[in-house]
Design a protein around this ligand. Structure first.
Ligand code: NAD
Length: 259
């Protein structure tokens, strides 16, 4: 018996076999879920993502392009998902973007208006747009989760405009939880510690971050993708039936210690 037996859901977006979306997909499928995945349609992305899915033994799962800056992409993604799955039980928002030139220590104050707006659009507004499209496919309720980071609560060197975007994402998740609660749709976030993915490597000083977490966290290690996948399964399953509008830290306890 899997914790997600009989459940269907959408996970956006996979870039490669290091993506947290990839890890969450593997954990969800291992617990019995049927998953559909999104990817950003840039040159050679589909081949890379299909290879990653093959690597994870889930090459047969549904895959469809979606650039969240384009309303028409979101519409066609959910139209195709509806045709494929009918209804769904969960949505995983696992995507973000900020111009890496401004993810450098000492450069937050230089963030131009368009870089700020782009980071907020892709990394935070997209949760609102995707939730709006997903809710009609959840007539019996469901679970929505989004991935965030401690840089929303604290000024983390190098995280910069992405920290502001994550604060907006977390706030959006609470408003969505309030509005979607009567439809039995829960909305939560996972605040993950650093993991070596494509996005994480764009952050200035990320190696120091890994070192710091390993030395200072109560569990004396960094997290891995499975840690995030396991918590995602809990939040997507009925085990968390009374939990919404919340944020769960998966960071080996790092956020709880002072230096
Ligand atoms: P990743 O690079 O594998 O994933 C980021 C995804 O965002 C990619 O699939 C990329 O294609 C997608 N994306 C970027 N612009 C997009 C757009 N316009 N439309 C649609 N998709 C777009 O890195 P990841 O670390 O797996 O990131 C997944 C989520 O986890 C992000 O929200 C990230 O902020 C969050 N997170 C990561 C860490 C970490 O250390 N890796 C820690 C905490 C939170």
């Amino acid at each position: 018996m899997g914790l997600l037996d009989g459940k269907k859901g959408l996970i956006l977006n996979i870039a490669n076999d290091r993506s947290l979306a990839w890890h969450i997909g593997i954990s969800a499928i291992a617990q019995g879920a049927k998953c559909g995945f999104g990817y950003l349609p840039i040159p050679r992305a589909e081949r890379r993502v299909r290879n990653a899915m093959e690597e994870g033994n889930f090459a047969r799962e549904w895959l469809f392009p979606c650039d969240v800056t384009k309303d028409e992409d979101i519409t066609s993604f959910f139209t195709a998902a509806h045709a494929q799955f009918g209804t769904i039980d969960f949505l995983v928002h696992c995507l973000a973007f900020a111009n890496r030139e401004y993810l450098q220590i000492g450069k937050f104050i230089s963030t131009p208006r368009d870089v700020f707006a782009q980071a907020l659009d892709i990394s935070a507004y997209s949760l609102v747009a995707l939730s709006r499209a997903a809710a009609p496919l959840m007539p019996h309720g469901g679970s929505i989760i989004a991935l965030t980071y401690l840089g929303s609560d604290m000024a983390v060197p190098g995280y910069n405009v992405m920290g502001v975007a994550k604060a907006a994402l977390e706030s959006a998740s609470r408003y969505l939880a309030m509005e979607l609660g009567p439809k039995k749709i829960r909305v939560n976030t996972i605040s993950a510690g650093p993991v070596r993915t494509l996005s994480a490597m764009a952050i200035d000083g990320v190696d120091e971050m890994f070192d710091h977490v390993r030395r200072k966290s109560p569990l004396k290690r960094n997290i891995d993708g499975d840690d995030v996948g396991n918590t995602a399964v809990y939040l997507l399953s009925d085990l968390s039936s009374g939990v919404t509008g919340d944020k769960v830290f998966v960071d080996c306890g790092y956020n709880r210690v002072g230096v």
